[in-house]
Design a protein around this ligand. Structure first.
Ligand code: GDP
Ligand code: IMO
Ligand code: MG
Length: 446
């Protein structure tokens, strides 16, 4: 069966624009691991896990926490809103989920209330078509402070005078920026410091040197699952810049953001939704604005886990997935939400983009391209080239369960999976047909 033997270190990441079902697959694979680590992003992420019909939505705490009994580490590369983390931990405990093994890296940066406000003000100041459509959680401004070397890290909670100095400066700088952007606002450092002091009583006992902890665990034989947030095309370098998030969602950053050296990585698994979605602004070549797109949104419940915004929907785009496989050294794929397309007699899959001759000549490219282009001006000229396949039809619960028991795919879906494998050169080892932990077919060979 798939994944029976977990590698020392497995990286799991999204191959599209986020919301591929990473939470579900992480929860499933966590059974074979001793720790699950988030290595980037913050509470812009919303990872959903459904166990026995009970739904959990996680934003900061790694998705292994629901299974329990393993370490859940919020790694160095994350940005953490202490107010949100404290509430998420409290809510989990109230629902009977132990958070005793949740660790916060001492190097993780903290999102302050002024980062949230800056996110809002910066977004408001962007003119119409340049709006990013951020989640408004303060992610970008917090990473700006990190890169500007003025950020506040979790370990600063242990040093009140230093923390006070940093918070006062953060408040002053943020007020100046908001004022310059035409939204005057003031922040009260005393209130922030008082609340941080209270939050610190809950959070500081969890603050640890995460790279030291994880490397010690692996030296003793522990297996670690690194859970990506967002997806390849929201990556700050590889994504549809500037319509991206402010961190790198790629395999390389799984090392940088966790403090685990890349030579520990033995398997990289990419999560692919059976169609494509995107929430927020930015280009989307296979977007559907017709009844099929609406069906995907309705049947797939495509509303943001974090912001509840409707997600834009479209056909599966293998140009995205192919590039993600290459850039991330993806070994195998988990295909999710196949049940959502069941009502379709025919399904379309984009395998390449065609571009007008003039644009091709300008960029020194052929008129058909198979790798995702870097420039949005070129992307605007790309037209998806589709392959049409037979659908797999509605399956009863029993029929899906029979496939699951046998590790086989229903007719039609087998052709869809074969096309994906041929086009992107990676094996599909998991096929998900419902939100529940058990609604997953594990294919042999992994
Ligand atoms: P993530 O951010 O990648 O973890 O994904 P989200 O949790 O934001 O969005 C995925 C949504 O699809 C969640 O509501 C999941 O419960 C749900 N989901 C995951 N896999 C499947 C599947 O195979 N079929 C269906 N119908 N829903 C799924
Ligand atoms: P998970 O982990 C989908 C999108 C936002 C916006 C852009 C920048 O659940 O897959 P930000 O607040 O990060 O500055 O917003 O990125 N975005 C996501 N879209 N899933 C996510 O996370 C996302 N996290 C950020 O909608 O377009
Ligand atoms: Mg999500």
């Amino acid at each position: 069966m798939a994944c029976a033997v977990a590698m020392v270190c497995t990286v799991l990441l999204g191959t599209q624009w986020g919301d591929e079902g990473k939470g579900k697959i992480t929860d499933l694979l966590s059974r074979d691991h001793d720790a699950v680590v988030r290595f980037q992003g913050g509470n812009n992420a919303g990872h959903t896990i459904v166990v026995g019909g009970v739904k959990f939505k996680l934003h900061l705490v790694p998705s292994g926490v629901i299974r329990g009994g393993i370490a859940s580490v919020i790694g160095d590369g994350c940005v953490v809103d202490p107010w949100v983390l404290e509430k998420e931990l409290r809510d989990l405990e109230l629902r009977g989920i132990s958070t005793a093994n949740v660790v916060l890296s001492d190097r993780a940066h903290l999102i302050m209330p002024y980062h949230r406000e800056l996110d809002r003000v910066q977004e408001t100041s962007r003119a119409g078509s340049s709006k990013v459509g951020t989640t408004g959680r303060g992610i970008g401004p917090c990473y700006q402070d990190k890169m500007g070397r003025t950020g506040i890290r979790a370990s600063d909670l242990r040093y009140p005078p230093l923390l006070e100095e940093k918070v006062r400066k953060g408040c002053r700088d943020a007020a100046a920026i908001c004022g310059a952007l035409g939204s005057p606002v003031t922040f009260d450092p005393a209130v922030i410091l008082r609340e941080l002091h209270e939050l610190g009583e809950v959070l500081v006992p969890r603050v640890r040197d995460a790279p030291a902890l994880l490397n010690d665990m692996m030296d003793k034989g522990a297996r670690v699952l690194l859970e990506g947030a967002q997806g390849t095309f929201l990556d700050i370098d590889r994504g549809t810049y500037p319509f991206v998030t402010s961190s790198s969602c790629s395999t390389g950053n799984a090392s940088a953001g966790s403090g685990i050296g890349p030579s520990w990585f033995e398997r990289v698994i990419g999560v692919v939704k059976a169609y494509t979605t995107r929430v927020g602004e930015g280009p989307f070549p296979t977007e559907l604005t017709d009844h099929v797109g609406e069906m995907m949104r309705d049947v797939g419940c495509e509303f943001g886990t974090t912001t509840n915004r409707p997600r834009r929907c479209g056909w599966l785009d293998l140009v995205l997935v192919r590039s993600s496989v290459k850039w991330n050294s993806i070994d195998d794929l988990a295909l999710t939400k196949t049940d959502v397309l069941s009502s379709l007699k025919e399904v379309l899959v984009c395998t390449e983009y065609s571009i007008p001759r003039e644009a091709a000549e300008r960029c020194g490219l052929p008129t058909v391209i198979r790798d995702f282009p870097s420039h949005l001006e070129l992307l605007k000229e790309c037209r998806p080239v589709y392959r049409k396949l037979k659908g797999w039809g509605e399956l009863s619960k029993e029929e899906w369960e029979a496939c699951r028991a046998e590790g086989t795919l229903p007719p039609g879906l087998d052709g869809y999976v074969s096309l994906i494998e041929r086009e992107v050169l990676a094996a599909v080892t998991l096929v998900s047909y419902g939100p529940g932990r058990d609604e997953t077919i594990e294919l042999g060979g992994s």
